[in-house]
Design a protein around this ligand. Structure first.
Ligand SMILES: Cc1cc2nc3c(=O)[nH]c(=O)nc-3n(C[C@H](O)[C@H](O)[C@H](O)COP(=O)(O)OP(=O)(O)OC[C@H]3O[C@@H](n4cnc5c(N)ncnc54)[C@H](O)[C@@H]3O)c2cc1C
Length: 564
């Protein structure tokens, strides 16, 4: 695969298209002006930017789900967008490698300056049952999933007459984490379920239970005690059960398990904690703070690394008043502007800027047209804070079109009832059905291994390409599988598989296959033994003389298919 760039311009590659990444690219585009001395590339998992502070509103549907996102291509017309997962970063070779897409092949992107803006991740590893049963709340998919899940729970509860315990579980909603995102999520969720329950005549509103778990003695530790207590009282008045000094220890499909052993029976557990440094950042040999964030100078340069910059939640940036900046959008956007300025200074020469933003304040929405805000030293609460919250976030949304849409959604929301549609999205289907026509390749030799295939009907040839010509190693038919070796060995494909008769396959993605293989030792052993047998047969086959014709080297049925 041809690397991008290579035309003499300096290559600035930004990893992550959140607040930090997009705002860095925006400032770089401005600095580019009429000149053309550098090129900007942004790599992000998705082709849109998510305005995270508004995500909780997706739960209740008070704004449309697409109103919280903006297409990065429209925001950044002069930046190359590369929509892929970053898989690895080679600091020595100054390249970034991204994951396979439709056709699995490498994308290796070289850089002169690398901006790390990967944010943080919600990581439930090490917490019993949370990876399986807790819902994270970080991106648009999480918000949509939670909304659908809550509506599903209400629908199920409405028709559940025989099992009182199940009914209780379905009508209990638990949120863990009393920071900003946890408080905003619980407030929206509470408003939503209590608002729509009147459409469910078989559910008594008194059956609904919404609880917020927080490990400290008051919520919103980022705010003054007075405002936090105001928020607590308001949430309680609206029916949220506050469980302070309470730590979530584990989860099952039917309960949130608290430290000390108490169980809150529920089918909906949202956890906004813990937030972990991004695993890619974690794996880099660069200086990190206790929290795993990359330590930068006040110029946003990662300590000891000239061409590496870090911004946003993955960075530990010194705050002007001492300590480190908190992980908020307002800090991420200001850091982005300073980092962009300093990168341009490094390329063109010029004075660097220090990061000197101390924060404007904090705000948190509490649902029902109320909020708490601490701005420029003032404490504001209730409707006034809510109006301020909405005005500020509205103005921060990228683009006037989006602002207009959100403003009208909010206006209509004052009069119209909440939407109750459960969108049944297919989500991640572990097993995919695929069809291939003769001549089509399933994958190509040297591609990255991303799936394993089982043939349901039809036929395919396994072909080894070499300088001396292509050789058909085997013809595979119904019931046979291929593609396992590249998954088990983390290697590239050993051969090309090409359809010869209309073929239907079932395929399993690498991550699902790895999951099965790691939890079912039998699966791993079976595939490993089979792979060994196939590799041995491969070697025998390749010891055949080069003058053997493709037909004569075709795999004999007794050997089974070759390894792919
Ligand atoms: C529910 C919620 C409410 C919030 N409310 C507020 C608020 O009111 N005020 C405030 O100031 N802050 C708020 N925050 C915090 C704020 O959103 C974050 O501080 C901010 O998003 C950090 O920006 P970032 O760019 O560092 O990270 P992110 O915005 O998380 O962006 C990281 C980007 O990296 C991409 N990425 C990650 N891994 C890969 C990979 N391997 N390959 C490719 N791309 C990758 C992701 O797709 C994402 O686009 C809130 C956060 C949440 C979750």
């Amino acid at each position: 695969m041809m690397p991008l760039g290579g035309d003499g311009r300096k290559r600035i590659v930004i990893l992550g298209g959140g607040f930090a990444g997009v705002y860095t690219a925006q400032s770089l585009e401005k600095a580019l002006g009429r000149r053309d001395d550098f090129q900007i590339t942004i790599i992000n998992k998705v082709n849109y930017f998510v305005f995270q502070p508004m995500l909780p509103e997706v739960i209740s549907g008070s704004i449309g789900m697409l109103d919280t996102v903006s297409p990065i291509r429209r925001l950044l017309p002069r930046t190359q967008l590369h929509v892929r997962d970053v898989e690895s970063i080679d600091l020595r070779g100054k390249t970034v490698t991204t994951s396979p897409g439709f056709k699995p092949h490498h994308h290796v992107i070289p850089y002169d300056h690398l901006v790390l803006a990967l944010g943080s991740v919600t990581d439930f590893r090490g917490l019993r049952g949370l990876p399986e049963h807790a819902l994270p709340f970080k991106n648009l998919a999480d918000a949509l999933h939670l909304r659908n899940h809550v509506i599903r729970a209400l629908e199920e509860a409405a028709i559940e007459e025989s099992d009182a315990n199940l009914r209780r579980q379905l009508l209990t909603f638990v949120v863990a984490g009393g920071g900003f995102s946890g408080v905003e999520v619980v407030a929206e969720l509470n408003d939503f379920v209590r608002g729509v329950v009147r459409h469910y005549p078989t559910i008594d509103p008194k059956e609904i239970r919404v609880a917020l778990l927080h490990s400290q003695d008051r919520i919103l530790p980022e705010m003054s005690e007075k405002l936090a207590l105001f928020a607590q009282q308001l949430l309680q008045k609206r029916g949220v059960e506050l469980r302070l000094n309470t730590r979530l220890e584990a989860a099952t499909g039917e309960a949130a398990v608290l430290a000390g052993g108490e169980k809150i029976t529920t089918r909906t557990l949202v956890s906004t904690v813990p937030s972990f440094p991004h695993p890619l950042v974690d794996g880099l040999n660069l200086p990190k703070g206790k929290n795993g964030r990359l330590i930068t100078s006040e110029f946003l340069q990662v300590e000891g690394a000239d061409s590496i910059w870090a911004v946003g939640d993955c960075a530990q940036v010194p705050a002007p008043g001492g300590g480190a900046c908190p992980p908020t959008a307002q800090h991420a956007t200001r850091q982005a502007a300073v980092a962009a300025h300093n990168i341009v200074a490094a390329i063109r020469g010029g004075e660097r800027k220090k990061f000197a933003f101390g924060g404007l304040g904090t705000m948190g929405a509490l649902g029902h047209r109320s909020a708490v805000a601490q701005i420029l030293g003032m404490n504001i609460s209730g409707f006034a804070a809510w109006s301020l919250w909405r005005t500020i976030y509205l103005m921060k949304l990228p683009g006037w079109g989006r602002r207009l849409k959100v403003a009208s959604s909010w206006a209509l929301d004052l009069f119209l009832p909440a939407e109750l549609v459960e969108l049944k999205l297919s989500g991640s289907i572990a097993i995919t059905k695929e069809h291939f026509e003769p001549g089509e390749e399933v994958f190509h030799q040297d591609d990255l291994g991303d799936r394993i295939y089982i043939i349901v009907s039809g036929e395919a040839d396994v072909i080894r390409e070499a300088d001396t010509g292509d050789r058909v190693l085997a013809r595979l038919g119904p019931g046979e599988y291929f593609g396992e070796m590249a998954l088990l060995r983390e290697a590239t494909r050993q051969a090309t598989v090409r359809c010869v008769a209309p073929m239907n396959t079932l395929s399993l993605a690498k991550r699902d296959f790895s999951l099965l293989a790691s939890y079912l030792p039998g699966v791993r052993d079976t595939f490993q033994n089979e792979m060994k047998r196939r590799v041995d047969s491969n070697e025998q086959n390749f010891s055949l003389k080069a003058e053997d014709s493709p037909a004569s080297t075709a795999w004999s049925a007794s050997k089974g298919p070759p390894a792919t």
